[in-house]
Design a protein around this ligand. Structure first.
Ligand SMILES: Nc1ncnc2c1ncn2[C@@H]1O[C@H](COP(=O)(O)OP(=O)(O)OP(=O)(O)O)[C@@H](O)[C@H]1O
Ligand SMILES: [Mg+2]
Length: 413
């Protein structure tokens, strides 16, 4: 949307002025910017970081009708290759087009190294403070637990395995078509819910050592499109509409508080604020956590929207000063050897404990011993703090021990 109005001026490649106030950003895009330009600036580095093993996020923020949804997804028809509207394709489908092309390239080039990967994704919406599954309309109110810090940690949220760009587009189109949409004064098809699409890439490289393992990486891509906030009065708004508007307003204001608390570097503020709403809790990793975050702030620079424009620019300014702590989520051969030793010891303990139980014939002490070993094993899994792809340690088919052995340790957060 054009910056034709005198209220907002782009004075240099990174400075925007509203009246006498200046705002600095990493990049400023105007009406001449194409979807491809935004992808090159924000999407390409995201894909490179995700492949390197970092968690990455994009948050699309701004006033209703300013172009958040358009920038993120573009029109669904534009997701199809060689479609006449392909140039409108949003940053998200472009990201997955590049991601799968890079993964396939790496696999072709790996030859002896045997590079392998697996991707799975989920798509949720937050509507009236309830988390719904966009891929399973029967799940409208998923339970948020204390440790629900990102979408992937929600129980009963569907997960789909995807192997190509086409797989992802089908899921995006299905999810977007289920999203709640309604009219605001500024947008006849306004998004009435916040949505988060998450894709996890797990990859591993086989080495030449005896256990055939070299390294394993796991990274999450989280793409967040917020609901539109419209402070103007909507004529004839029903009760449902009023409830929607109130919960959008409340969750966006909680988001503003969280950002404020994070910029003040007070840990207590951090903890209190992100518990307040489903949105802030699910953004725990993206805001102030283990992720590289890009925020796209969209404005609708019309003189009558000056208040909203200033609010958006101030949010962008504040969020820019948050310091996240991204790390490469990689497990190397040495780590695996240590963990393999620990798992082997625990397995031995478990076998001994089981033997104790049998010999004590129902003796409670033996049962407790097994419980303790189980707990230790679970603690070990939790302490890994990321999704792991560990090779089989041996051919033990024991139920208790085999489960975490191959590639199934669930993420701890
Ligand atoms: N850069 C653009 N080029 C062409 N059309 C655009 C552009 N940005 C937005 N639009 C169009 O403007 C309208 C509003 O955009 P969009 O729905 O993306 O806004 P939004 O910020 O998501 O609003 P809401 O917060 O209400 O959901 C849509 O019809 C969209 O196609
Ligand atoms: Mg929208």
């Amino acid at each position: 949307i054009g910056i034709g109005d005198q209220a907002v001026k782009k004075v240099s490649s990174d400075i925007l002025c509203v009246g006498d106030r200046q705002f600095r950003f990493d990049s400023i895009f105007d009406s001449k910017t194409s979807q491809e330009d935004i992808f090159q600036s924000v999407g390409v580095p995201l894909v490179k970081n995700a492949l390197a093993g970092y968690n990455t996020s994009i948050l699309s923020y701004g006033q209703s009708g300013s172009g958040k949804t358009y920038t993120m997804w573009g029109p669904p028809s534009a997701m199809f290759e060689e479609h006449s509207r392909e140039s409108h394709k949003g940053i998200v489908p472009r990201i997955f087009q590049m991601l799968f092309s890079e993964l396939e390239k790496e696999q072709r080039m790996s030859e002896g190294k045997q590079f392998n990967y697996q991707c799975r994704c989920c798509f949720l919406e937050i509507y009236n403070e309830q988390v719904g599954d966009l891929l399973d309309p029967t799940q409208r109110n998923l339970e948020m637990k204390d440790d629900s810090k990102n979408a992937m940690s929600l129980e009963n949220l569907s997960e789909e395995y995807v192997t190509s760009y086409d797989d992802v587009t089908q899921i995006l189109i299905k999810g977007l078509s289920s999203r709640k949409v309604g009219a605001t004064t500024l947008n006849s098809k306004s998004s009435r819910s916040h949505i988060i699409f998450t894709l996890v890439i797990e990859s591993w490289c086989k080495g030449t050592s005896t256990n055939g393992f070299s390294s394993s990486k796991s990274s999450r891509i989280s793409l967040i499109d917020l609901a539109g906030q419209d402070r103007n009065k909507v004529d004839g708004a029903g009760r449902q509409c009023l409830r929607e508007t109130k919960s959008v307003k409340k969750s966006l204001s909680q988001l503003g508080h969280l950002v404020g608390a994070l910029t003040k570097e007070t840990c207590s503020g951090k903890e209190v604020s992100n518990r307040n709403s489903c949105l802030t809790r699910l953004l725990h990793e993206s805001l102030g956590g283990n992720a590289k975050l890009s925020v796209i702030c969209s404005i609708y620079p019309d003189i009558k929207n000056n208040g909203e424009t200033l609010r958006t620019l101030r949010f962008g300014q504040r969020v820019r000063s948050i310091r996240n702590e991204p790390v490469i989520n990689e497990i190397k051969e040495d780590d695996v050897n240590d963990l393999s030793d620990q798992i082997r010891q625990l397995k031995e303990e478990l076998i001994r404990a089981k033997a104790d139980v049998r010999s004590s014939d129902g003796n409670k002490k033996g049962y407790l011993h097994v419980q303790n070993v189980r707990e230790s094993l679970n603690n070990l899994r939790v302490s890994l703090n990321c999704s792991l792809l560990i090779p089989n340690i041996d051919n033990d088919t024991d139920d208790e021990c085999g489960r975490g052995g191959h590639r199934g340790i669930t993420p701890a957060d």
